[in-house]
Design a protein around this ligand. Structure first.
Ligand SMILES: NC(=O)c1ccc[n+]([C@@H]2O[C@H](COP(=O)([O-])OP(=O)(O)OC[C@H]3O[C@@H](n4cnc5c(N)ncnc54)[C@H](OP(=O)(O)O)[C@@H]3O)[C@@H](O)[C@H]2O)c1
Length: 82
């Protein structure tokens, strides 16, 4: 099974992550609002405190945030510094 990461665990990202967990993959996730990811932690998802920590833990990363601006903010900010 694959060692996957998921950043952005909203309506889309959360459900895709759950499907990946159900298929037996290891998934490490990050979401700006951790409380919204509790149901995935209860389902076996591993937590990372930052997007960088996701990147350091996995082989493949998925992102599913609101739009390209949000993703760019993350990629140039959070990934770069934390
Ligand atoms: N839902 C659908 O049925 C559907 C269908 C087709 C396409 N899409 C597209 O899929 C994408 C995601 O949609 P969604 O329904 O999953 O949206 P959503 O439920 O609103 O989730 C948005 C995600 O982006 C994060 N986010 C937003 N602004 C952020 C910021 N400034 N910094 C960090 N994280 C931020 C949210 O974090 P928080 O949890 O902390 O707010 C959440 O994880 C959108 O482009 C949407 O148009 C959705």
């Amino acid at each position: 099974m694959a060692n996957l990461g998921f950043i952005g665990l909203g309506a889309m990202g959360g459900r895709v992550t759950k499907r990946l967990l159900d298929a037996g993959h290891t998934v490490t996730g990050y979401n700006r609002t951790k409380s919204k990811a509790q149901w995935l932690l209860d389902a076996g998802m591993r937590w990372a405190d930052t997007p960088r920590a996701v990147a350091e833990a996995v082989d493949v990363i998925f992102t599913m945030v609101t739009n390209t601006n949000r993703w760019t903010q993350w990629y140039t900010g959070r990934f770069g510094s934390g």
